[in-house]
Ligand binder design. Structure first.
Ligand code: SAM
Length: 231
């Protein structure tokens, strides 16, 4: 068996920290799926303009096992606070056999051999190994249940230091992106590990595009964005 990437994902997420844990949680996360040779031909996309959402199959290229590392059979999902372990096949952990991930994203439009998508949860540069249309009658199962992840995770309140908000607007204009919306949607997911209970003096940071975002927790379940700077 040999797998060749068909495309690469260009996304706002310059690092893993603060990427939502599933797609659709941050609709402002716009990305571009750039087809790679020999698939970079509009013929490969003919018909896809009739589809609203697509499946991306990809490689968790920043979570590949080290050479000789034994396979992980049990993992600690962040959703369980990082304490409890589950079988790898009961989770959507990034540490998994063959490092294959899957995400449904909204297909906004097609520009030649570039797919403009939103609601993406992939790191910038992620290799895409296949693209498939979402098929509502087969892929959406209203009767399905999942006792581990029964609903979208809860969110926290996000507020801004006025200078940080002004800087976000400035950066948004420079990039032509909804910088404020993306930061709010991603931080509302509360990126820090669930077991951490930081005091207000502890600062956290993450990079979106080339922008460094710094925030803290004035109190539990409340995030205040302190600083936005271009790297
Ligand atoms: N929706 C996918 C799935 O279910 O297979 C991904 C779920 S996984 C729990 C989501 C996390 O994967 C994100 O929060 C991000 O930190 C991480 N991630 C995204 N792209 C990655 C990459 N290329 N390599 C390693 N980790 C990645």
């Amino acid at each position: 068996m040999h797998i060749t990437p068909v495309a690469v994902a260009r996304t706002p997420f310059a690092e893993k920290f603060a990427i939502p844990r599933q797609p659709q949680l941050a609709p402002a996360a716009r990305g571009v799926i750039e087809l790679q040779p020999p698939f970079n031909d509009p013929l490969a996309l003919a018909g896809l303009e009739q589809v609203s959402h697509i499946w991306l199959l990809f490689i968790f290229h920043e979570a590949l096992p080290a050479d000789g590392e034994p396979p992980r059979l049990r993992v600690r999902p962040p959703r369980l606070g990082g304490n409890d372990k589950l079988g790898v096949f009961a989770t959507r952990s990034t540490h998994r056999p063959n490092s294959i991930g899957q995400s449904v994203v909204k297909l906004e439009r097609i520009e030649g051999t570039r797919l403009i998508v939103s609601g993406i949860d992939l790191l910038d540069g992620t290799p895409i190994i296949d693209i498939k249309p979402y098929v509502p009658y087969a892929d959406s199962l209203p009767q399905a249940s999942n006792g581990i992840a029964s609903a979208a995770p809860g969110t926290v309140t996000v507020e801004w230091q006025p200078q940080a908000l002004a800087a976000a607007h400035q950066q948004g204009q420079r990039l032509g992106e909804d910088v404020q919306g993306l930061i709010e949607q991603c931080l509302a997911q509360d990126p820090k590990p669930a077991y951490q209970q930081p005091g207000p003096e502890r600062h956290y940071g993450a990079r979106f595009w080339d922008i460094n975002v710094v925030w803290h927790y004035p109190e539990v379940e409340r995030i205040r964005v302190l600083e936005i700077t271009a790297a």
